[in-house]
Each structure stands twice: as C-alpha cells, then as structure tokens.
Design a protein around this ligand. Sequence first.
Ligand SMILES: *Cc1c(COP(=O)(O)O)cnc(C)c1O
Length: 372
Amino acid sequence: MMALAHEPRLAGGYLTIDLGALRANYRTLQEKLGDTECAGVVKADAYGLGIERVAPALAEEGCRKFFVALPEEGVTLRRLLPDVEIFILSGLFQDCEELYVRDRLAPCLTSLEEIRRWSAAASRHGPLPCILHLDSGISRLGLMEGPLRELAENPDWLDGLEVEYLMSHLACADSPENSYNEFQLEKLNTAISLLPPALRDTPVSFANSSGIFLGPEFQRDLARPGVALYGGNPTPGKPSPVRPVIHLQGKILQVHDVDSNIAVGYGASYRTAKNGRIATVSVGYADGYFRAFGNSAFCAIQNRKIPVVGRVSMDMLTIDVTDVEPELCKPGELVSLIGGAIDIDELADKAGTISYELLTSLGHRYYRRYID
Ligand SMILES: *Cc1c(COP(=O)(O)O)cnc(C)c1O
C-alpha cells in the first residue's frame, strides 16, 4: 500500500474521517435495533476508512462482535482488539485452520467441506466457535438445501462445533418494497427447519445495514451493519438516519479565465458556454474520484454546488467556477468532493454506482486526519 501523505502541504487532497459521527451512527443503529445486538462489519479496511481507528472506536461504543471478509483482515483485527469476537465472512480458508484457532477467528462456515475441516480442528483443539451460513436466495455463499438435508442426516458432522449463530444475507434489503425480502425470510425459515433439531433454536443473524430498517422479523438476534456505520444511507430514497463520516476535499491548483467555446480536459469533451473561469483541482481517478464523474458530478465551495466539467484525469479534475467569488477559488483553496454539501449516495449515483464502491476506492495519497 502506498504511504499516506505526511503533511497537508504535500498532499493534493484531505480526507477527514469523523470518528464521532461513526460512533453516533453505531448508537443510532443500536437504538433502532432495541434488544437485538449490533455487530460491526469492518471488512476492506473498514470500507476504506482505516480499521486501526474504526474498530477501536466501535469497541468503545460497546461493539463486541466484528465481521471481516478475510482471515488476513481477521489477523489484523485480532492485534488491534484482543477481547472481541471476530467472524470471517468468507468462510474457512484452505490450510488456515491452525491460524484461525491461534487468533480465535470464528469462520462463517459455508459448505459441508468447511464444516468437516473445522470439526476436525475441534477434535484436536476442543470446541471451536463458528457461524453456519445458510443461503436464502442470494446464491453467493452458504449452504443450500441439498447440503442441509445431508447435514440433517449426519448431525455428527457438527461434532466439536459451537454454532453461535445461523446467518444469511439479503439480496434486496435496500428496496423495502421488493417482495424478494419476504421470499428470503421464508426461505431462511425453511432452511432452519431442515437443520438437525439441536440447532434449530440457534440465534440468527440476517440483517445488514438496510436489513435493520426492514423491521423486527429481519433484525433477529444479531445485525451486521457496515455501510451505515460509515455514512452510507441504508434507506435509499428516504432521508438518511445516519451522519456522514467522511469529508474529502481537493486543493485548487490553478484558475483560468476562459472565453466561450473553449475545450476543457482530455478528449475535449466539454466546451465552455460563455466567458468564465475554470479551476483545476488536484484529485483524480488515481485517488478514487471516478472518471465517470467527468461532466456529471458536482463538488462544492462553501456549500455552493459547482459542476465538474471535462473528463476527470488521473491526478486532476476541472470545475466551472464562473459564478464563484474569485477570493474563494484561488490556488490552495479547498473544494468539497465527497461529504460536506456533497451527499455520498447522490454522488455515487452519478457514476452509476453505490457509496460502498466510492468508500472502498478512496486512494492513499490523501492527507488523512481523524477527528473525534
Ligand atoms: C458486507 C456484508 C455485510 C455488511 O453489509 P452493509 O450493506 O454494508 O451493511 C453484512 N453481511 C455480509 C454477509 C456482508 O458480506
């Protein structure tokens, strides 16, 4: 990984991460969940925000259970937080049993083969914690009906496993009106009914961020929010129940007075409509500011929205500052690119994507600062 910028004056962009907002979002979700426990999903370096800072802040808010995707991430998290429970969403990786045991990583077991390997490890080490991942219709990871029926006939395959939760994942949680959510709920209940009797009363984890807002039948015993902690709206189309966590600002490098009909940027894809001014900002697609934002997105100067004009290049983007007072757009002044007046979900939509992809694409050239 490229080193982060050392000091503000050396960097093209500043990324401010508000740990206070992160904490508030955790409390908001926990409150919405009532008695249901709220875990924290901190995979992909806490959605790009830095697991070293994010995970301890969540733990201070009372979060005791964490999910990561990979064993690699679990090892990192274990060094940060010796006392929490860590679940590995992508399952039990090949040849990693001893490492999971060493770092107390609990796999979300996805297949009979993983169950067999974890049970074999338990025969050497004593009882081992895990989650059983049941597919309920996303067809990505988890046990489908065939393997579940086999398991029901061979309950001894589970010997030595302490199954803490049954989990499943929603495909359409962000569209509450979609009947596929109800379909998955039924499919999950059917899957549970196929399990060996001793497992049928195991607590259930079903909801991601958006799932929390589908109601108590979806909340179950343990929720697994990720994006809502980081400021992504879990209820698209409605006002966000969570606070923005990141603010990305770019530095103005140069401002040009331009005539009308002047081409801007690669491909000469934009032409000025009148006499005006174009400012060049030192953030580009190498920093995770998508090329698709060219000629489509807005940034902001002092809460005023400014169009991104021309293509976004690797290290720069260009904006039309004709209507902004010159003293607010001089070289060295900062422009809000994500956060502040720029809503992360609306921005992602301009590139045909979602806040998740924007967050996890944030580059490593920024001067990063954490506030709390
Ligand atoms: C990433 C992930 C989550 C978190 O999802 P969000 O939509 O970010 O809340 C929960 N569960 C599973 C299985 C995941 O892969």
